[in-house]
Design a protein around this ligand. Structure first.
Ligand code: COI
Length: 374
């Protein structure tokens, strides 16, 4: 066992030998049309934690199935948190991690909320860097495609008393992605959920906790059956205020045409603090688009779309990027955003962010962390 000095963690292990790696033609075939969440890379970074020993056994290994006790606390009581962020091809050989520092901090906050040990930022960065180096060939060169990195922290102790685990496994896996929504950049139809709530004050809504996502699946299935791409979640108290979409945040563009501005619901403790959301709060003003964090009621959204004062709406998240909303459905009404097509401001923000992520535009905020090949 290696006990890690977390200021300088060292990953050991077994990167796959060059002759045993997937051939370039097969890799290219898999990467051609990756969609979201199904084309996984060849390696996995893993680190263990146990009470008394702390973080230890940092490894880079072939991505294989896990061995886990059927009594693992995480399986039964859901003591698990995860993250999601991306590496983009930069000009030349390097790949760029987008805001890994902010992601590491959010993982630490989520872990705290679920009574788990917080992976140190240096350990997080090292795990991700090792994985991206080993799987550099899986970072797609095309604009808009990327390598999605999925860190997960999981309670592994075999014990079914209801208490925090004394053992954890921290993993980082990766998959290739282009678009989150089938069909690429197109106007989404979103459905307001009036039957269920995603998060309540004091709950786990602002943590990246799997239960927040599992709890949305039934509503998502029902929304799909009514022709919707995503569910819009409302606040639990009044069922009146727009919060987020379960897998992404939401923004609105307000007129008049000559002086547009944006708004997004404030982080009240029940909304996931999205990294794309945070980036747009900084990026938009630099493009002359002021942004406020302001509540939006369903009635005001509908009224604003009808009288033209709300000109565009879009979803944003790591998986989705910036995704235009074309149509909104509630139980009793349906309305269109503008002419129902992707709005100009939405597309401008989407493209500007992609330029930064791919190293094609200045990055004054230091968001992109390049990883060089070894
Ligand atoms: C992401 O946008 O990356 C997320 O983690 C949301 C998940 C539902 C795919």
């Amino acid at each position: 066992m290696t006990v890690l000095d977390t200021d300088a963690p060292r990953f050991t292990g077994r990167p796959i030998a060059a002759e045993k790696r997937l051939g370039g033609a097969e890799r290219a075939r898999r990467m051609r049309d990756p969609g979201f969440g199904r084309v996984f890379t060849e390696h996995l970074a893993s680190v263990r934690w146990s009470a008394g020993r702390g973080w230890h056994d940092a490894r880079l290994e072939p991505a294989e199935a896990l061995t886990l006790s059927p009594a693992a606390i995480g399986l039964h009581y859901g003591q698990i948190v995860f993250e999601g962020f991306k590496a983009y091809a930069l000009p030349g050989e390097r790949a760029g991690l987008f805001r890994p520092d902010l992601v590491a901090r959010r993982l630490q906050r989520s872990a705290r909320r679920m009574a788990m040990p917080e992976p140190p930022a240096a350990l997080f960065t090292e795990a991700v860097t090792e994985l991206v180096r080993a799987d550099r060939d899986w970072v797609p060169p095309e604009r808009g495609k990327s390598l999605y990195l999925r860190p997960i922290l999981l309670a592994t102790e075999a014990h079914l008393g209801l208490r925090p685990s004394a053992e954890y496994l921290f993993l980082v896996l990766a998959f290739v992605t282009d678009t989150f929504f089938p069909g690429g950049v197109r106007p989404l139809t979103v459905g307001i959920c009036e039957d269920y709530v995603r998060a309540a004050p004091g709950g786990t809504g602002e943590a990246k906790y799997p239960g927040n996502y599992a709890g949305t699946l039934l509503a998502a299935e029902q929304a799909h059956a009514r022709g919707c791409d995503q569910v819009v979640w409302l606040d639990a108290r009044e069922r009146r205020w727009v919060e987020e979409m379960g897998g992404m945040n939401v923004f609105f563009a307000h007129g008049p045409a000559g002086a547009p501005r944006l708004s997004t619901p404030p982080l009240t403790g029940t909304i996931l603090p999205g990294v794309t959301r945070d980036s747009l709060l900084t990026l938009a003003p630099s493009l002359g688009l002021p942004v406020t964090e302001a509540p939006m009621s369903v009635a005001d959204w509908r009224g604003g779309a009808a009288d033209g004062s709300i000109t565009e709406a879009f979803a944003c998240g790591t998986g989705a990027g910036v995704a235009p909303i074309g149509t909104v459905r509630s139980a009793t009404a349906q309305w269109r955003m503008g002419d129902g097509e992707p709005g100009a401001l939405t597309l401008r923000l989407r493209e500007t962010l992609l330029d930064i992520q791919h190293g094609l535009a200045p990055d004054p905020w230091g968001w992109v962390h390049p990883v060089s090949p070894r």
